[in-house]
Design a binder for this molecule. Structure first.
Ligand SMILES: NC(=O)c1ccc[n+]([C@@H]2O[C@H](COP(=O)([O-])OP(=O)(O)OC[C@H]3O[C@@H](n4cnc5c(N)ncnc54)[C@H](OP(=O)(O)O)[C@@H]3O)[C@@H](O)[C@H]2O)c1
Length: 234
């Protein structure tokens, strides 16, 4: 049966590595991000390389209406949503007392509210089918506070909380839910930081861990995946 993996922020970094992994396993993809050219470039590559359908849509997930329109568009594709990865996110460094006005709202809407709206839009179809897997990309900042972590950590604590709630709600419906909590992953989020590659996790490592969790039998779920750089947090 044809299966769809929906990945928000699927054009770069962790989302891109996930798109490559699921496409390599024969999943069709529905990807969103803001930059259409990035999405189209990746879609061309993956559809040619793996022979899967890659649907893309330019979406700013910080808008509730756009998230809802995205979900309607995904459901209209007519392919069962087997995997949802709530991945789109942004990190603006700062502290509660020092960050720019509006940083809290920007990260709240992009990192947390989007996942809530998209979950409400797509998970009911999984519940009806009694099958599906939701991976929420949280962070080490979901359970730790650190300098310059500011509102980012608040939103990621919220993401872990939402993941626990969803896990509880979907326990008996055949839908599995995991919180993925990476430490520093080498993506554009770290552009300009003067540290060797060896201090970071590779995006492909996050995708491998997620794929491994997905492969377990339907009677088992990895509730939390914590992955750190071997040399520790940055
Ligand atoms: N990198 C790390 O060290 C790290 C560690 C822990 C957790 N995380 C989390 O992992 C997730 C992915 O991070 P990453 O490092 O892979 O980031 P990244 O390389 O910057 O990629 C972010 C992706 O999200 C999209 N995106 C950003 N804002 C968006 C918006 N408003 N609407 C729609 N799409 C949006 C980007 O595309 P456009 O710019 O075209 O929109 C891009 O596809 C985030 O939730 C992040 O918090 C990252």
């Amino acid at each position: 049966m044809d299966k769809l993996a929906v990945i928000t922020g699927g054009s770069k970094g962790i989302g891109k590595a996930l798109a490559e992994t699921f496409a390599a396993q024969g999943f069709h993809l529905a990807l969103c991000a803001r930059n259409e050219a990035d999405l189209k470039g990746l879609a061309d590559t993956l559809s040619k390389e793996f022979g899967v359908k890659v649907f893309t849509r330019s979406v700013d997930v910080s808008s509730k209406e756009s998230c809802q329109q995205f979900c309607a568009w995904v459901l209209d594709l007519g392919i069962s949503v087997e995997v949802l990865v709530n991945n789109a996110g942004v990190f603006l460094p700062g502290g509660i007392l020092s960050e720019e006005e509006g940083a809290f709202e920007k990260m709240l809407h992009t990192n947390l509210c989007s996942a809530y709206y998209i979950t409400r839009g797509l998970v009911p179809s999984m519940v009806t089918r009694k099958s599906g897997y939701v991976f929420n990309i949280c962070s080490i900042a979901s359970f730790m506070a650190y300098a310059n972590g500011g509102s980012y950590a608040i939103t990621k604590h919220g993401m872990l909380g939402m993941t626990k709630v969803l896990r509880e709600e979907t326990k008996t419906s055949g839908v599995r839910v995991s919180a993925v909590m990476p430490g520093a992953v080498l993506t554009d989020s770290w552009a300009g930081v003067d540290l060797p590659e060896s201090r970071f996790i590779k995006p492909e490592d996050i995708a491998s861990a997620i794929w491994s969790a997905y492969q377990l039998s339907p009677s088992a779920v990895v509730e939390q995946i914590i992955i750190r750089p071997q040399l520790g947090d940055i």
